[in-house]
Design a protein. Structure first.
Length: 360
């Protein structure tokens, strides 16, 4: 038994969005370019802020998700710094403002509540209820049942089991809790989300680039992948101080690590091709009753391995955010000027990187 040719030749365009706090505005710019280039996206997968972006792309209330996604990011933008601040001073003041006062449309600091006192003890410092309320303004989750909308996959981390939790619009009924479940980053003190009986943290704790999850969710269709990389994989300069060291270590931990996934998908594809050929030889060979029975006994396992899996990554295009300078808390800078700059940069970089996407 073999996959039908129409299924075997199936190719999906996949958009993979990383987590990265305010750097997610760069992903907004990338999607604006995708929309202008009229690239059809079949699956969009993300974690943390990438998952939030993915939800708006897949389930925006209007039929213009690129416009809605940009409006969402402009809603998160804050005018918080002095016009006389420039460069690093501006970045520091903006991220410090977010740390102290939060973001009224994204996260709320617990010390702003009357119940917070000197002896107050909590496993987190910021509540994500404002983000859920903001999502409700831009997202209609019933749109996920529309076959013209991209399939949505969001990853998170189960606090108790330490295993990934995957939400997939093909099987799950989404709410804003599902979307924010992958965005509770404990190292920044952001709250977890409870979905059903599970307590969920940020998906970046396990993987910031959920490509493997996409292959597992759709194992028979080959993939053309657009991957938005928010954290540089390569940095020539050696860190000069401890803040630089923490910044570089953070980038390495969160950077795209899909090369091994791509290599393994190609190796598995070669194995499956060989298994298929061996199976064809056996089927065309005159076997005695005993061996024919043995072949029939392994047929279900063969079908499971060779016919129900086998997707490979046919092509992957990375859209890489570049850094003019290195700052540890750049992902907490929600200044409106920074948000707009990130959107512009993402759109410009994507237009160049994706000019020939899907043409080969």
């Amino acid at each position: 038994m073999h996959r039908e040719s129409s299924e075997k030749d199936c190719i999906e365009n996949v958009l993979v969005l990383q987590g990265g706090g305010s750097l997610g505005a760069y992903e907004c710019g990338v999607y604006k370019a995708i929309d202008k280039l009229k690239i059809k996206i079949d699956v969009v997968a993300g974690t943390s802020i990438g998952g939030i972006n993915a939800a708006i792309i897949s389930a925006s209330k209007s039929d213009n998700p690129a416009r809605d996604l940009e409006a969402f990011w402009l809603t998160l933008g804050q005018t918080v710094t002095s016009p006389f601040f420039i460069g690093r001073m501006k970045e520091v003041s903006s991220s410090a403002y977010s740390a102290v006062w939060g973001n009224s449309n994204a996260f709320f600091p617990l010390w702003m509540t009357p119940a917070f006192g000197f002896l107050y003890n909590s496993p987190y410092l910021y509540d994500m209820s404002p983000m859920k309320a903001t999502l409700e303004k831009f997202v209609d989750y019933t749109k996920l049942k529309d076959p013209s909308r991209p399939r949505l996959i969001i990853t998170s981390t189960d606090i108790q089991s330490g295993k990934p939790t995957i939400f997939d619009s093909k099987y799950d009924t989404f709410t804003s809790d599902h979307v924010t479940s992958g965005a509770g980053y404990p190292f920044y003190g952001i709250s977890w989300t409870k979905v059903g009986k599970r307590y969920l943290w940020d998906g970046t704790l396990l993987s910031n680039t959920p490509i493997r999850e996409v292959i597992d969710a759709s194992p028979t269709c080959d993939k053309r992948v657009i991957l938005v990389s928010l954290f540089p994989r390569v940095q020539e300069e050696i860190p000069k101080n401890m803040m630089d060291s923490w910044h570089r270590a953070r980038d390495i931990m969160h950077a795209d690590k899909t090369d091994q996934t791509i290599r393994m998908s190609k190796i598995i594809s070669r194995y499956l091709t060989m298994i298929n050929k061996m199976h064809e030889i056996l089927e065309s060979t005159s076997l005695d009753d005993v061996n024919r029975k043995k072949l029939a006994e392994i047929e279900p396992e063969f079908n499971k391995l060779a016919c129900q899996r086998g997707a490979i990554i046919k092509d992957i295009v990375r859209v890489d955010r570049k850094e003019d300078s290195h700052y540890l808390f750049e992902d907490a800078d929600f200044a409106i000027d920074t948000i707009k700059k990130l959107i512009r940069s993402g759109e410009q970089d994507a237009k160049i990187a994706l000019e020939d996407f899907g043409k080969s």
